[in-house]
Ligand binder design. Structure first.
Ligand code: TYD
Ligand code: MG
Length: 420
């Protein structure tokens, strides 16, 4: 529970933007729907082809994941097209930013840095400089004294964000708000922030891995769920252009391992899922997942138990998506279930194979979206066989340079998955 003091404001102070009288949709010019490319192609793709003029983007992620690093790099790259970029920090001193900039090799004259937390001052600098991009790092630090309360409180965040978004709409400059994330994964502060902005990007990944996945959770100007993969190096973030290769780089076809083709927005991605099943040493068996949907594991275990006849009741089960990527698609069910079965029976799955399918409560294997793109990615990376739901078979058979093995239920999958 957080106490909030209600302070009525005069209506004129509230942020608003006025686009004039209502007009027919066909008559509205598209000239202000221009895109500004950043030159970092993974980042541009997530945005749907660069920043849209006047758009507001929220970048969230755990502390230390690389939000500030990425935004400083993006601000730098954007100056190559000749515009200025204004990076406002409320968290670090100018010296700290300068140190980071040296480390990243960032020194453009058109990249301006300001250490500022006062909203009015930020708005004034942005209006005066009219930069091609404004980055506010972070929105939790921005403060409007008239509102009272502490920086980062719900009302402060809401009002400050509203004014910055309003500035974006009025001036046409793209505005990036960097936001903190709480342990539970929600962007700290009001959830309403996610509704207010046009695009929400979320940095995922394990701090122990060098790889970071930037995911578009919401995008009014592109496809949601689009992902970009970056690697954190000693001189900043670098794009990873062939992420499938990366995520299956440790795949050796051992016991408990399955390769699953996932879809990140418009791009297929192969991910290795690993499972370890071992007899529980304490009363209640442990069920742990990393990088996967934790609510789906008990369901898959129940299906394997009741429909597949595997007695998993007294077993600890650990499942992991390799490389720090997050997989939360039902299409990964079959691969996860078979990786668990493989570890339990101590038999490896069919070599150089991928597994695609949603598992239903009746043990049936259900059709998935984008089956063609998933299989094509497996072909590209040299896989020889794809286990698929029956429904997806007719569209693919004969068109792909790999064996298609249709499976209609979990029993068939368990029988056929070791392959010959
Ligand atoms: P940072 O961008 O400050 O994270 P955030 O703003 O999301 O809190 O990133 C900090 C981490 O990144 C820090 O642990 C050091 C690491 N890092 C590198 O490995 N290489 C680099 O070039 C930079 C700038 C940071
Ligand atoms: Mg930071």
């Amino acid at each position: 529970m957080v106490e909030e003091t209600e302070r009525p404001e005069p209506a004129s102070v509230r942020p608003s933007f006025d686009g004039g009288a209502p007009a027919p949709v066909g008559d509205i010019g598209l000239d202000d729907h221009v895109r500004v490319e950043t030159g970092i192609s993974e980042f541009d793709r997530i945005l749907g082809g660069g920043f849209v003029a006047g758009s507001a983007v929220l970048v969230g992620g755990d502390p230390g994941i690389g939000k500030s690093t990425l935004m400083l790099q993006v601000a730098h790259e954007i100056t190559r097209s000749g515009c200025t970029a204004l990076y406002v920090t409320g968290e670090e001193s100018l010296t700290q930013i300068a140190l980071r900039a040296r480390r990243l090799g960032v020194d453009a004259d058109k990249l301006l840095i300001a250490a500022q937390t006062d909203l009015a001052a930020i708005l004034a600098s942005a209006k005066k400089l009219e930069p091609g991009l404004l980055v506010v790092d972070s929105i939790q630090m921005v403060y409007k004294p008239e509102l009272g309360g502490t920086p980062g409180s719900v009302s402060q965040i809401r009002e400050c964000a509203a004014e910055l978004i309003c500035l974006a709409k009025q001036s046409g400059m793209p505005v990036v708000l960097v936001g903190h994330v709480t342990k539970t994964g929600a962007i700290a502060g009001p959830k309403v922030l996610e509704h207010m902005v046009d695009t929400v990007l979320y940095f995922e990944g394990d701090l122990h891995h060098a790889y970071r996945v930037l995911r578009a959770v919401k995008n009014r100007f592109g496809s949601a769920n689009e992902i970009g993969v970056f690697e954190m190096r000693s001189n900043g973030l670098r794009e990873v252009s062939n992420p499938s290769e990366l995520f299956i780089s440790g795949y050796g076809g051992g016991v408990g391992s399955a390769v699953v083709p996932c879809i990140g927005g418009t791009r297929p991605l192969l991910v290795e899922v690993q499972a370890l099943v071992t007899r529980a040493t304490y009363g209640t068996p442990e069920r742990k997942v990393s990088g996967l949907d934790r609510n789906r594991l008990p369901m898959l275990l129940a299906v394997l138990d009741r429909r597949g006849g595997l007695q998993l009741g007294g077993q600890d089960v650990f499942v992991n998506a390799a490389g720090g990527v997050e997989v939360d698609e039902p299409a990964a069910d079959l691969g996860i279930a078979l990786a668990i079965a493989s570890s339990f029976t101590d038999k490896p799955l069919a070599p150089r194979s991928v597994f695609i399918g949603e598992v239903g409560l009746g043990g049936e294997i259900r059709a998935v979206s984008h089956a063609g793109a998933r299989v094509a990615e497996a072909v590209r990376l040299g896989f020889k066989r794809a286990f698929l739901p029956k429904e997806s078979r007719s569209a693919l058979e004969g068109r792909m340079a790999l064996d298609i093995v249709p499976v209609s239920n979990i029993i068939e999958a368990l029988d056929g998955c070791t392959g010959a």
